[in-house]
Write a protein that binds this ligand. Structure first.
Ligand code: 9MR
Length: 377
């Protein structure tokens, strides 16, 4: 087995070395057909992407090669959230999730499940539960059925998503209101029983703020003290060109990792637009009105901003590489700029440029810089 692993690592490096030699800066659009970021970063961590329904089902024909080439971990952007996968008590929709697994298995990629327990995009029947026994039974059915179905095939799960507020207190979600904080340990216990082999994560946004960080650490310690299996913390990285600072990101990675868990950088995108009312993270309650002033790049991304984005991506990937021993996966929240939720948050209808590929699926300067952190070319 070890011999095999060494040999396959060697093979990956041979391919990567070939790619480095045959690819110079101005030829980044012409990378060898099947070598992408996932290969360059294979020794460090997985490179993932959130896929929307058209990508999962293969309808986005123009993106399928890119997806196969660049990423080795897939997450459904929406289709495994409760309102889609478990819309009413006795109804489960596994069609699209099953297709995600088929695509991943065809491409040799892993699947990260998003998400078992979340207050948002939550099926109505769960939102309306008031009785603790009914809630416990519902969580048990939900987790057993979904995590059980993909047991052994899935790499990891966001078991609980966004349970902590900015001030570090626990969010008063329906789960919290009905079961108190015990729902957290229960969710991790149920997931571990349904699939003992998957890595189990807690995932949240604005994870670099001090008050929230302390709240998350307190919560995870409690889950650990209660004897539940929690393997990792997902730091959603809905970040901006200047914020959070590299120091804040690094401190957070180190403090979370000190809990003895893996760190995944999840939901990575870099917002390049003016930030109305200083919205941070992904609280979808925070929205602002559209105006020309806050939608300045409708006609295209100025080169200066394209370069600033490339530098920002380079800086954060240097940091991720520095802490490769702590980081298991880096997942982009979307494939190209046109697909990104950031075109509609926190203002609907803007033209944003947060990812590595442009609206025509061409790699941007940021792609090259991320690659350069590894290749040195
Ligand atoms: O990208 C997702 C978008 O298509 C949905 O409309 C939105 C609804 O809440 O959810 C987005 O993904 C969210 C993720 O599931 C959890 N963290 C925040 C992400 C951005 O809102």
């Amino acid at each position: 087995m070890n011999w095999f692993r060494t040999q396959s690592h060697g093979l990956i490096w041979l391919i990567v070395a070939f790619a480095i030699i045959s690819c110079s800066e101005d030829k980044v659009g012409e990378l060898p057909a099947d070598v992408g970021l996932k290969d360059y970063y294979a020794p460090e961590f997985l490179i993932g992407a959130a896929l929307n329904r058209r990508q999962i089902t293969g309808e986005s024909t123009e993106q399928m090669d890119l997806i196969a080439r660049e990423y080795n971990s897939y997450t459904a952007e929406n289709d495994m959230k409760s309102m889609h996968i478990h819309p009413s008590r006795d109804e489960y929709n596994f069609d699209v999730p099953d297709k995600l697994f088929e695509l991943a298995e065809k491409n040799g990629a892993k699947v990260h499940g998003h998400t078992l327990i979340w207050h948002s995009q939550l099926s109505r029947f769960i939102r309306e539960i008031e009785d603790p026994d009914e809630m416990r039974q519902t969580l048990t059915d939900h987790i057993n059925t979904i995590a059980g179905r993909y047991a052994g095939r899935i790499d990891s799960w966001d078991v609980v998503n966004e349970a902590v507020e900015g001030d570090g207190s626990l969010r008063e979600s329906v789960f919290y209101k009905v079961l108190g904080e015990d729902y957290l340990t229960l969710a991790f216990d149920l997931a571990a029983a349904a699939d003992p082999t998957a890595d189990l994560y807690y995932n949240d946004y604005s994870m670099t703020g001090e008050a929230k960080r302390n709240g998350v650490i307190r919560m995870v310690k409690k889950i650990q003290e209660n004897g539940a299996k929690i393997d990792g913390i997902g730091m959603q990285a809905h970040w901006h060109l200047e914020t959070p600072t590299l120091e804040e990101i690094e401190t957070s990675i180190l403090e979370y990792a000190a809990l003895g868990v893996k760190i995944a950088i999840t939901e990575l995108d870099i917002d390049v637009l003016p930030n109305p009312r200083n919205v941070s993270g992904a609280d979808i309650g925070q929205r602002a009105e559209l105006s020309d002033e806050i939608n300045p790049y409708k006609e295209g991304l100025p080169e200066s901003v394209n370069e600033a984005l490339a530098r920002r991506y380079e800086d954060i990937f240097r940091l991720f590489k520095k802490h490769e021993d702590l980081i298991s996966r880096v997942t982009f929240w979307g494939v190209n700029d046109g697909n990104s939720w950031k075109n509609n948050f926190p203002v609907r209808g803007r033209t944003n440029y947060p990812l590595l590929f442009d609206r025509n699926n061409k790699p941007k300067k940021a792609y090259h810089q991320v690659l350069q952190v590894k290749s040195g070319v």
